[in-house]
Design a protein around this ligand. Structure first.
Ligand code: PLP
Ligand code: TYF
Length: 398
């Protein structure tokens, strides 16, 4: 049966972690995968989450099946964080939100549903994008192409190229957009540029799919959610995938959500009924614990306030590490202007290093980033930033 099965290549990013684990270099640093680590270089258990764990453990409950679309209070929380508590869309019953297995699960439910309603649509993702966007939409049955995004020369977004590519897309094309903290480049659109994207989405009748895996990591929950609200004001229907992997440091619990904006409440009810079939035929219903933790934090004003503080601490620490890296590179003798690192937002920096330089960083210095030159600045700390700076300086050879 399996004699013709070919070995598949490892995931470009998760495969790096395996390589990192096997590396005996005592100074090794993993800047490959997008995982936030604290000043001690450890994946944090947030105070608010630990408190929620205690609260839940104090009243142990049997774990029944959740509804197909998940914990209702959790879905309501996702809606509120993404669209804002006062959103008229919520009041009008136009938003369908289902609990999902992280941001990836949300994208997959959305992709499978879209394949049913728009089987012939093409999918456009940014160039470059998170690797899994291409793979996931391809596996869902779509042909995936790219729109221009990164401008390597100008170190920013090629807005004119992006708008031109979107404008050339056929009506109904599914456009995957990073709502904030673009992965891998770290360059986001300004509110004015988003309005121009929305102009094209409306004029060309494109299907926008906003992937929001890092809400709160650019400027704040409200601030980063403004993009979704801008769409909500002008675009009749679109998709938003949410992930709490990073914002609650709950990677392994697989907590996320998919929201679909519909024309009216009647349409929303029909859409929900179909999305439930997608879920049922994949995994029946989502797991209980991660959603219960997020729900417990968000429902308790004190825990919620502490979570907002902790999210701010993570955001500020990443920003401080961006500055430390720029300073460290200068100290290590790099003469070229590296200040673009502090212009970027979110967990990543597209360092501009070549594949050869990234391979040297890994093999000679044990500093792991992706071949595309992406490094996770959220894994830097005071203890390793000097070594990372010196290693990058060595391969840049200025
Ligand atoms: N979308 C983007 C842009 C991401 O960077 C990630 C990273 O993990 C995801 C989606 C997936 O999120 P999750 O880990 O919650 O599945
Ligand atoms: O881009 C990253 O590093 C994160 C984590 O298949 C990730 O988004 C990477 C690869 C993958 C799943 C998650």
């Amino acid at each position: 049966l399996f004699s013709a099965v070919q070995p598949a290549p490892p995931d470009a990013i998760l495969g790096l972690t395996e390589q990192f684990r096997a590396d005996p270099n005592p100074r090794k640093v993993n800047l490959g995968v997008g995982v936030y680590q604290n000043e001690q270089g450890v994946l944090p258990l947030l105070r608010s989450v630990a408190a929620a764990e205690r609260k839940l453990a104090a009243q142990p409950q049997a774990k029944g099946y959740l509804a197909i679309d998940g914990l209702p209070t959790y879905d309501a929380d996702v809606k509120e964080l993404v669209f804002g508590a006062g959103s008229p869309l919520l009041a009008d019953g136009r938003v369908v939100t289902v609990q999902a297995l992280g941001g990836t699960g949300a994208l997959k439910i959305g992709a499978d549903f879209l394949r049913q309603v728009s089987p012939d649509a093409r999918v456009l993702i940014s160039n470059p994008s998170w690797e899994n966007h291409q793979a996931l939409f391809t596996r869902a049955g779509f042909t995936v192409a790219k729109y221009r995004y990164y401008d390597a020369e100008a170190k920013g977004v090629d807005v004119a190229g992006m708008l031109a590519d979107l404008d050339a897309a056929a009506p109904g094309t599914i456009v995957v957009l990073h709502a904030c903290c673009h992965n891998p480049t770290g360059y986001d659109l300004t509110p004015e540029q988003w309005q121009r994207v929305i102009d094209v989405v409306v004029e060309r009748d494109l299907t926008a799919f906003l992937d929001m895996a890092y809400q709160g990591f650019s400027a704040g929950i409200e601030e980063d959610g403004a993009v979704v609200r801008a769409f909500a004001e002008r675009v009749p229907s679109f998709f938003v995938s949410t992930s709490f992997s990073k914002s609650f440091s709950l990677y392994g619990e697989r907590v996320g959500g998919l929201s679909i904006v519909c024309a009216d409440a009647d349409e929303a009810a029909r859409v929900l009924s179909q999305v439930k079939i997608v879920i049922r035929t994949n995994y029946s219903n989502p797991p209980t614990h991660g959603a219960a933790l997020v729900e417990t934090v968000l429902a308790d004003p004190e825990l919620r306030a502490d979570w907002v503080t902790e999210l701010g601490e993570m955001r500020d620490r990443i920003k401080a590490m961006r500055s430390a890296l720029v300073a460290g590179l200068a100290d290590a003798g790099v003469t070229r202007d590296m200040s673009y690192i502090t212009d970027q937002v979110g967990m990543f920096s597209f360092s501009g290093l070549t594949k050869e330089q990234m391979v040297r960083l890994r093999t000679e210095f044990g500093v792991y980033g992706t071949d595309t030159g992406r490094i996770c600045v959220a894994a830097l700390n005071e203890g390793n930033v000097g070594y990372v700076s010196a290693s990058i300086a060595a391969v840049l050879d200025d």
